[in-house]
Design a protein around this ligand. Sequence first.
Ligand SMILES: [Zn+2]
Length: 442
Amino acid sequence: MNPAAIVDPEVEARPWGEQQRADDPAYRRQAARLLADSHFYKAKLGAAGIHTPADVSGLDAIAQLPFTEKDELRASRTPDEPIGTHLIPPLSEISRIFSTSGTTGTPSYVPLTRDDLADWIAVSRRSYGASGVTAGNRLVSTYGAGPFVAGVPLDTFNALGVTHIPVGSGNTDRLVAAVQLLKADTIALTPSYALHVAEWCVARGIDLAACSVQRLLVAGEPGGGEPATRKRLEEAWGADVTEAMGIGDICVSLWGECREKQGMHFSGRGFVHFELIDPQTGTPVEMKEGATGELVYTHLRHRAAPLLRFRSRDHVVVWTSPCPCGRTSPRVRCIGRTDDMLIVRAVNVFPTAIRALVNEFSPAVSGVIAVRPRAKGFRQDPPLPVIVEVGEDQPFDPALAEHIRTRLRDALSVTTEITLVAHGSLPRTSYKSHLVDWSQAV
Ligand SMILES: [Zn+2]
């Protein structure tokens, strides 16, 4: 253990068993404020028969409260209340309004007061600090500062004292130039983009593994935690890969992975409370070694638009065993999005889990796949079609398809139909990769 490496040792190394008790007073204050000032929660909790702070009680009774869904927030927006009725202060007291890209066309807004922004930066400092980012690092970021919450880590990099080299998203020439000319040692990017840059360098005869980069900080999608993808990235870049995860409506970089690389520690202690639930039934799942479920978040001290039991749709596996780094919070790895989960003959299947297993066959495969369901909706009949790209200059070996099919059947209990396609024929994105292609679904 090296306590000097922990950004907030008093908080991050405190026994985890004490956390809920420490958070209880803040939760009670927040619940009282929601009942007094949040039009959204006055209506929502009132409809559930909860009218007073005494009805809410403390954190140990939180599971009796209703969940908050993203769609409910969206539905509460009107021309008079464009952010939604969960916004508490007047807009004049809001210091920043981020927006999410929004799959429905209209952006969702994430408002923050000045103090909320300071809290987000404090959480994000712990998260990036866990990955070993420290003063003196030369860090290239590829996040657009623009409208998205991913802009907050840019403020965090200032707070950590790094030499920050922003190159923006999708500008591979500029990124590689920053590595070659400025000898950057740390790169923050999505795992699919990290993979793309590695392929881009191979095609141009650039030896990335011999370059100055020692650390990749990946975020934005689950791939960076999959063992085979991580191994490929670490070999291609000659660098350590750690990941971070947050959620726009709650906080950025809520989780950050330490140098032990055994999952992401919770960095939001004192600011956010989290629970684990079964996504189908909504019942709580006990937080113990190896447990899996969906993360649900509650703000403990958010001011602008506080949320209660917000369903993240992030499905994770949890580890609670002690970590040699000295941080005592549980660690998680994201398995996939609850929304992406398919059910094939009563078996839950995450496209990200399929990709992780297919990647075991690297370098015979490129690591890029697409699940192409035949039917609309999450229920699918076997065999589930999976398109697998072969690796660069690799043959179309029918035996490879059969090996992949067998591996998926043994590991996931799902029957698939594997189609091999040429290297480079599936789309790459510089931000999040889409693993499910619904174009063939009827
Ligand atoms: Zn650790």
